[in-house]
Design a protein around this ligand. Structure first.
Ligand code: FE2
Ligand code: FE2
Length: 148
C-alpha cells in the first residue's frame, strides 16, 4: 500500500489501523466508539485528498471523489443503525465487522488505483517533476544460465 509519500502512507496505515480496531471491537459502546474514530480519521484524510483532486483535471478525479463520498456515506449509515439501537448486540457486532472487512478489502486497491495519482500530483507540486521508481528487474532465463 506504500506510495512513497510519507504523509499519505502514514494516513493510510492509520486508516487501516482504525478498520482493524473496528473489526476487533466488542459489540455496543466499543463498536460505536471505534466507528466514530474511524469516521473522524477518514473524513480528515479524504478532505485533504479531495482538495487535491479538485485541483486536478481529467483522469479519475471525479470517480475518486465519488468513492470517498460513498465510503463516508456507508459509515454514516452504519452509525445511524447503531445509534437507533434496533439491533441486538450480536447483530451490531456483525454489522460493524462486515463494514470493517469491506473497508480492509477496499483500501489497498483504492490506494493503488486512485491515491497513486494524488501522490504523483503532490510530488509534482513539490518538485516540478515526476517521481522515478527504481526496481530490480528479474533476469531473463538466458542471462541466468550465463551466470552459472
Ligand atoms: Fe487515501
Ligand atoms: Fe483516496
Amino acid at each position: 500500500m506504500e506510495l512513497g509519500d510519507a504523509a499519505l502512507d502514514a494516513e493510510h496505515a492509520q486508516l487501516q489501523g482504525h478498520a482493524l480496531r473496528l473489526l476487533h471491537a466488542a459489540a455496543g459502546e466499543d463498536g460505536l466508539a471505534a466507528l466514530q474514530a474511524l469516521q473522524a480519521h477518514a473524513r480528515e484524510h479524504f478532505a485533504a485528498e479531495d482538495a487535491d483532486l479538485r485541483r486536478m483535471e481529467g483522469g479519475n478525479a471525479r470517480c475518486h471523489l465519488d468513492e470517498h463520498a460513498n465510503v463516508l456515506r456507508s459509515f454514516e449509515e452504519v452509525g445511524a443503525v447503531l445509534a437507533r439501537d434496533v439491533l441486538d448486540a450480536e447483530a451490531k457486532q456483525r454489522l460493524v465487522q462486515r463494514l470493517a472487512l469491506q473497508l480492509l478489502d477496499w483500501l489497498p486497491e483504492h490506494v493503488r488505483e486512485m491515491d497513486a495519482a494524488v501522490a504523483r500530483q503532490r510530488f509534482q507540486a513539490r518538485t516540478g517533476g515526476a517521481p522515478v521508481r527504481i526496481a530490480r528487474v528479474p533476469a531473463r532465463r538466458e542471462e541466468r544460465r550465463a551466470v552459472r
